[in-house]
Design a protein around this ligand. Structure first.
Ligand code: ADP
Ligand code: MG
Length: 429
């Protein structure tokens, strides 16, 4: 526990009403709504995920107050109120709780101990467990193994010698990943030969995950929601294309064989049931040439690859999230059309503004209102929804001069067929 969180604990303990029941107790006593429209949801984090949660939640009639260190954050702009403060500031946290009937987090960079303390005072349906597990790649892998979910072979090490021993055992190529704090490919080193650059010693000493490099044919992901009373809804898998390890494009539905779709949904259902979280979980997976699925990463919240649901699924991942945490019944996701999402990064901003007036009518723009555009920073996304074939929709997206068109390799990945060795089993029977 950090010093700040101890401070916070002391300060918060004074505020715990004597007879306040914890969320877990409420959960077992009732499966009805925890809060009703008109009441206020406090959001830890002011990024685009918070923004899109709030836009959906406001439509349902909830009020929102956001805590973020920066004024005018993407979520703060659309909330009823914004508190400017650090996430580890006891005062800021108290102000947030004073104004909230329920608290959620929208990103992982929150101390799970802090979340536990808030949980003792206000309903925080997402809980701290999933956050704790997914913030640490080593723990994440243990949780996946315990749930009997297939993953790449790996070792957790803390010295260069141990990295070399791990590589000896796993065999090159390997991927080295920092245990905490990595995102969008940051904190990763692909080692194809022993001459490739390794992480600096001080990084290695904090712990490194050495993982077998997976020659996947496709990357897919599944969004799964779990409600307060334990009901689970799984969104159909989407295919993801990364550029420089940042998500570039999502295709829904993923062009995969039926058996692979069923297997991916089954993994999501199994994980959601075993991890017993409340809210939305995103599961990134690799599909190998023989049809094997390996889980790569979990995100304890709505996810970039779920943004396509905003214009082609009812409900979208953000409404489903709000339903899950407020105790409203989840809805079975219903597809409206095929869709493609493309991210708008800092380097696309200029071309995006130039093209805004020329976009086809099937393009739905989602712009996050960030004041500074930086290379690789997610500024917005565009969803293309349509009933045309995937090929036609891809060609239309390819002609838009905001991003580089799909490379030959990317076309190949989209239309390659992974074999389906895995027997698909039906869900919910
Ligand atoms: P993050 O998204 O937090 O940066 P990921 O583990 O998802 O971290 O890695 C980012 C991307 O790097 C993945 O989407 C995938 O394209 C690639 N990658 C990660 N691990 C492996 C691996 N073991 N084998 C091959 N590619 C990988
Ligand atoms: Mg990832």
């Amino acid at each position: 526990m950090t010093m700040q969180s101890t401070q916070l604990e002391n300060s918060l303990l004074n505020h715990i009403p004597k007879k306040e029941s914890s969320f877990t107790e409420r959960q077992s006593s009732s499966s009805s709504a925890l809060i009703v429209p008109g009441q206020t949801i406090g959001v830890l984090g002011g990024g685009q995920l918070g923004r899109m949660m709030i836009l959906e939640g406001r439509r349902l009639g909830y009020r929102f107050v956001v805590l973020d260190p920066a004024l005018d954050s993407p979520a703060g702009q659309v909330a009823d109120e914004q508190i400017v403060g650090e996430y580890d500031s006891p005062m800021a946290m108290e102000r947030l709780m004073d104004k909230s009937d329920l608290v959620v987090y929208e990103f992982e960079n929150i101390d799970p101990d802090m979340v536990r303390m808030i949980e003792a005072i206000k309903p925080l349906p997402q809980g701290s467990n999933l956050l704790r597990w997914t913030r640490h790649r080593g723990q994440e892998r243990k949780v996946l193994q315990d749930a009997q979910i297939p993953i790449a072979s790996y070792q957790v090490v803390t010295s260069k010698t141990q990295i070399l021993e791990a590589i000896e055992e796993l065999q090159l190529p390997c991927v080295l990943k920092v245990l905490t704090g990595g995102y969008d490919g940051k904190g990763q080193w692909v080692i194809r030969t022993l001459d490739d650059p390794f992480p600096p010693v001080e990084v290695i000493e904090k712990g490194i995950l050495v993982e077998k490099f997976i020659p996947y044919v496709k990357e897919i992901s599944v969004i799964v929601a779990r409600g307060v009373s334990g009901e689970v809804e799984v969104y159909p898998p989407v295919m993801n294309i990364h550029r420089n390890q940042i998500l570039h494009m999502t295709i829904s539905p993923a062009p995969i064989k039926e058996g692979i779709r069923e297997r991916a949904e089954q993994i999501a259902y199994q994980l959601a049931s075993q991890l017993r979280f409340v809210g939305v979980l995103a599961i990134e997976m690799f599909v190998l040439a023989d049809g094997t699925i390996l889980v790569n990463e979990l995100a304890p919240r709505p996810h970039n690859s779920g943004h396509i649901t905003m214009d082609i699924m009812n409900p979208c991942q953000f409404e489903q999230f709000v339903r899950a945490v407020t105790g409203l019944p989840l809805r079975k996701p219903a597809r409206k059309s095929t869709g493609i999402m493309v991210n708008l990064l800092g380097e696309h901003q200029e071309a995006f503004f130039e093209q805004l007036a020329n976009l086809p009518s099937c393009a739905k723009v989602h712009w996050y209102g960030k004041s500074v555009a930086k290379e690789g920073r997610k500024m917005g996304h565009i969803n293309f929804a349509g009933d045309s074939s995937l090929q036609d929709l891809l060609e239309l997206v390819n002609e838009i001069p905001i991003w580089e068109p799909l490379s030959g390799q990317e076309w190949e990945a989209i239309f390659s067929i992974a074999n389906n060795q895995v027997e698909g089993r039906r869900l919910h029977d």
